[in-house]
Design a protein around this ligand. Structure first.
Ligand SMILES: [Zn+2]
Ligand SMILES: [Zn+2]
Length: 804
């Protein structure tokens, strides 16, 4: 086992048994017995691998000498007698002025690492202040309660977010000393209104960035600049706060934290909290006969039992065995389907037993969700189906079993989810149920890629000009930019400022660059491309929310099923001129999946590798895509009902791509008939997109691809994989840097798939614009073999700035 696997931890750091031990139910069967029971439901063994994650004893250390007695007492009241070594180490680094990131497992007590220096400083200096940032409001509320419960004099903690009543805001700015907020509020509220915040910022001792692994891709790149804007403001009023970051276990957390803050950051990564042992099984649902597909759509018929159904059955079996089980499902609809199916199965066995299973419904209030968690911990509820770990409270750990329906995209999130299972002194079970796609299938047959590999680094790219430009505009609107600021904002800042001057947004004067407009720039941190589209209820005219322009054609086309706060709507019309979509509430039993057609041209090559008949490139490209149709699919089975045409305009995207070329001769020498080259490249492209999340922390929906037997810009057979966001999000760069590893895994996934001509587990793609045609599975392996035979292995470590 690598040190990245984390499992059970006590609810709070410290030596006392966690409060969850007070459960009222008898313990369920041992994990291996439970696993045996679950396996017995199929004729063929669905388990492809079992990994034992050993138990670990904790390493308590004395309180650092600088921690005041008041704090010992306060934490002792919470059941924390002494800290674990990693907590004390990170806290002491921060207390002595070193920027630090603590990157350890689920419930390893990361909060103590920032609470100790922050609270000790607030107690010692009655004027000092602390700013805490969480990626969601709910997390900030949880943290507020944790700090409030310590019951310390004079700290006056308070949440400051979009929900904070106007009347309270002024009081918070003037009196609160521990302000909890989120990057969006910092960006939209605190920094633009910095004059009112000056007294608070002038005394700012610490900036806490919690759950910082969430700041990835375009969102992460924006947050990186919001933090630079905060640092700039502090510098101007003579303040240099210490940054304390907390992250889930991730690869190279120091480098990521440095990219995020622009500061040198020390990392504390050794988890010294105790955990119980976990039996971790990889599970591949058995195949089943393909359901009849609609006549015009024979592709994408599922060959394996759906992971949702399989997870529901496992959840029902575990609950029937008296085991407290948490099932992670990727979508809200999926989570509700799993809970409903498990309830039905249990009620069929014993009427009323279904009541022991619930779904974590969006739209439930936070308090209702926490009550569900408490019921599960007390054993009144035995099964819960939920979406991601972030929505769950930090207290929800120590479960007997965790089911993970579909690979969550990264090993980091996999361990976060599995980390909810087990607690000190007790064994637990974790099961990863594979979905029918290339990455999941690859992983359940390559346990070394799950258990033997380090967790991924969090990828973000603050140099993205599409992020940097708007962020510099925001900074200039807050206070004129100076040459010194350009260093702060990093590579590309000068070019971005020049572009803003040319566009008439900034005016250059001897004293710096000035924002020319009356109103502030409108910038969405969550990475919207184009103006957001308003989603409006047809009957009432009520605004439900907004969708960024880049996704609107996919999510809001006429006929699309659109979920808002867990409530299903169907789109009546998309009015692009008015920037709005009209919807009505309706809950059909199908989901919709838009398809697009794409063309691509190369704008500039940033970096390349000439490997004889093979070339590997990284560069800027223009992608033109048009959403042309959508499929309707049954939610429970994935069965395609039909495909309907759409009439939407084409869209342009300037982004970053990685691509490889092969000479036609090398393809012929590998035995690929010229007529089969398009199918070979297309199949390789699909599989490569499916496997990219293995090395980059992206979702396959963050990236796009294009393959062609002869591209005008490369003059050769080419496969492109590009970032789906303007200016790129760092994923293509990451792919370029890890090409050998990435493409080897792609090759193996295709070669080892047991299907004959290609299936969703290898070369078929759920988002293909060409209906998965043509595709040649055996030739895709030949293409990838040619590439791998020529690519030097040296590319595995990545470009310099990624490696750092
Ligand atoms: Zn296959
Ligand atoms: Zn395709």
């Amino acid at each position: 086992m690598t040190s990245d696997s984390r499992a059970p931890q006590p609810r709070h750091p410290g030596r006392q048994p966690p409060p969850v031990a007070t459960r009222t139910t008898a313990p369920g069967p041992a994990p291996t017995d439970l696993l045996g029971r679950l396996r017995a439901r199929h004729d063929t063994d669905p388990v492809t691998h079992i990994e034992r994650v050993p138990a670990r004893t904790g390493e308590p250390v004395p309180w650092p000498t600088w921690v005041p007695a008041d704090l010992h007492t306060a934490f002792a009241r919470q059941g924390v007698d002494t800290p674990w070594r990693h907590q004390a180490e990170a806290a002491s680094l921060a207390y002595t002025g070193t920027h630090v990131v603590v990157a350890t497992g689920t419930a390893s007590g990361k909060s103590l690492a920032y609470q100790l220096p922050a609270l000790a400083t607030l107690l010692a200096d009655p004027r000092a202040t602390v700013l805490y940032l969480a990626p969601t409001k709910a997390l900030a509320v949880d943290q507020l309660r944790a700090v409030t419960d310590l019951d310390l004099d004079g700290i006056r903690p308070a949440c400051y977010d979009g929900d904070t009543p106007r009347a309270e805001r002024e009081w918070i700015r003037q009196h609160a000393r521990f302000v909890l907020t989120n990057p969006d509020m910092l960006h939209h509220g605190i920094l633009p209104g910095h004059a009112q915040w000056t007294p608070f910022l002038r005394r700012l001792a610490y900036v806490v960035v919690d759950e910082c692994h969430i700041y990835r891709g375009v969102f992460g790149s924006h947050v990186a600049h919001v933090l630079r804007r905060l640092r700039r403001r502090c510098t101007r009023i003579g303040r240099t706060p210490v940054f304390v970051l907390a992250s889930a276990t991730s690869g190279d957390p120091a480098a990521t934290a440095e990219r995020l803050t622009g500061l040198p950051v020390a990392a504390v990564t050794g988890d010294t909290s105790p955990r119980g042992g976990v039996t971790f099984a990889l599970w591949e649902p058995p195949t089943q006969p393909a359901p009849a597909a609609a006549p015009d759509d024979t592709d994408l018929a599922p060959v394996r039992r759906s992971a949702l159904r399989e997870t529901a059955d496992l959840l029902a079996d575990a609950v029937a065995a008296g085991v407290r089980t948490l099932a992670f499902v990727r979508s809200r609809r999926g989570a509700e389907a799993v809970a409903a199916n498990a309830r039905r199965a249990l009620d069929e066995a014993v009427p009323g037993l279904g009541d022991q299973v619930a779904a974590y419904r969006a739209g439930y209030l936070r308090e209702e969700r926490r009550e569900l968690e408490r019921s599960l911990l007390r054993g009144e509820l035995r099964g819960l189906a939920s979406t991601n770990a972030l929505e769950l409270g930090v207290d929800l750990v120590g479960l007997d079993a965790v089911l993970i329906c579909g690979y969550p995209g990264t090993r980091a999130s996999l361990w976060q989810q599995a980390g909810r299972a087990g607690r000190s002194g007790q064994e637990a079970l974790a099961v990863l149920v594979a979905r029918d796609d290339p990455l999941d299938s690859y992983l359940v047959h390559h346990p070394e890629a799950v258990f033997g590999a380090p967790v991924e680094a969090t990828v973000l790219d603050p140099t993205n000009p599409y992020v940097l430009g708007p962020q510099l505009a925001c900074a200039a609107a807050e206070a004129p930019l100076t040459p010194a600021d350009l260093d702060l904002f990093g590579d590309g800042a000068k070019e971005a400022v020049d572009a803003l001057v040319e566009a008439g947004a900034l005016r250059q004067r001897p004293t710096g660059w000035y924002w020319r407009h009356r109103e502030r720039p409108q910038v969405d941190l969550r990475g919207g491309d184009g103006a957001p589209i308003c989603v409006v209820e047809t009957a009432t005219g009520r605004l439900l929310g907004t969708v960024d322009g880049g996704s609107s054609h996919f999510l809001l086309h006429p006929g699309a099923v659109y979920l808002h706060q867990g409530v299903s709507h169907v789109v009546d019309a998309l009015d692009l001129a008015d920037g709005c979509a009209l919807v009505h509430p309706e809950e059909p039993d199908w989901s919709t999946h838009a398809r697009d057609v794409t063309s691509l041209s190369v704008v500039a090559v940033r970096s390349y590798l000439d490997a004889g008949p093979v070339g590997l490139f990284l560069g800027e490209v223009d992608v033109t895509s048009q959403v042309v149709s959508y499929q309707r699919r049954r939610i429970a089975t994935g069965e395609v009902i039909d495909t309907r045409p759409l009439d939407l305009p084409a869209r342009e995207l300037r982004t970053v791509a990685v691509w490889f070329t092969l000479s036609p001769e090398s393809l012929a020498a590998a035995g690929i008939d010229p007529a089969d080259v398009p199918g070979a490249l297309h199949a390789a492209e699909h599989a490569a997109i499916g496997l990219l999340p293995l090395t980059a922390t992206c979702d396959r929906w963050d990236i796009g691809g294009l393959s062609t037997a002869a591209h005008p810009d490369t003059g050769a057979p080419t496969v492109f994989v590009y970032d789906g966001h303007s200016g790129g999000a760092g994923f293509a760069e990451r792919a370029y840097g890890t090409a050998a590893t990435w493409l080897q895994a792609t090759r193996d996934a295709v070669a080892e798939c047991s299907c004959e001509t290609g299936c969703p587990s290898c070369v078929q793609s759920p988002k293909c614009g060409n209906g998965n045609n043509p595709l040649s599975k055996p030739d895709a392996v030949r293409v990838l073999d040619v590439v791998l035979a020529n690519l030097p292995v040296l590319t595995t470590s990545g470009p310099d700035h990624l490696r750092s």
